[in-house]
Design a protein around this ligand. Structure first.
Ligand code: RB5
Length: 145
């Protein structure tokens, strides 16, 4: 199960991803926004991230205007490694090297076609482990200090 969440600016992209998941039969939990009415991105980041931290969802996809604000908020949630991506290489390697569990996208930055490619590679790329595990552990240790 994948959590989907957005603010008003990210709403159109979140809806496009939702339609894509419907088409592909990918299970998701829609945490809103449910319209283009203004809603603050930190609260929306928390809703999506909470689904990951609780184990209800394996990953989350978060959308705001730039992808940046919602990623900043997401990375404040303990247990979350959120990556704001607008290129394919980053979306792939943040899985392989950072074991990112949240992908953040900017609806005002990239088009739907590119965003869906990033979603696809993010969801289908495994963490490499090995030396990268040590570094991911070090990231998570920062939460305890
Ligand atoms: C909302 O206008 C916009 O500021 C927000 O979606 C996001 O881009 C913040 O980082």
């Amino acid at each position: 199960m994948i959590a989907l969440s957005s603010d008003h600016a990210g709403f159109p992209l979140k809806e496009a991803i939702r339609a894509y998941f419907d088409e592909k039969g990918i299970e998701y939990k829609d945490c809103g926004a449910y319209s283009a009415d203004s809603v603050d991105y930190p609260a929306q980041a928390k809703k999506g991230c909470d689904c990951v931290v609780s184990g209800e969802c394996e990953k989350a996809i978060l959308c705001c205007g730039t992808g940046i604000g919602i990623s900043m908020a997401a990375n404040k949630v303990k247990g979350i490694r959120a990556a704001c991506c607008s290129d394919y290489f980053s979306a792939k390697y943040t899985r392989m090297h950072n074991d990112a569990n949240v992908l953040c996208l900017g609806a005002r930055v990239i088009g739907v076609g590119a965003a869906l490619e990033l979603v696809e590679v993010f969801l289908n790329t495994e963490f490499e482990g090995g030396r990268h595990q040590r570094r991911v552990d070090q990231i998570m240790e920062l939460e305890n200090n």
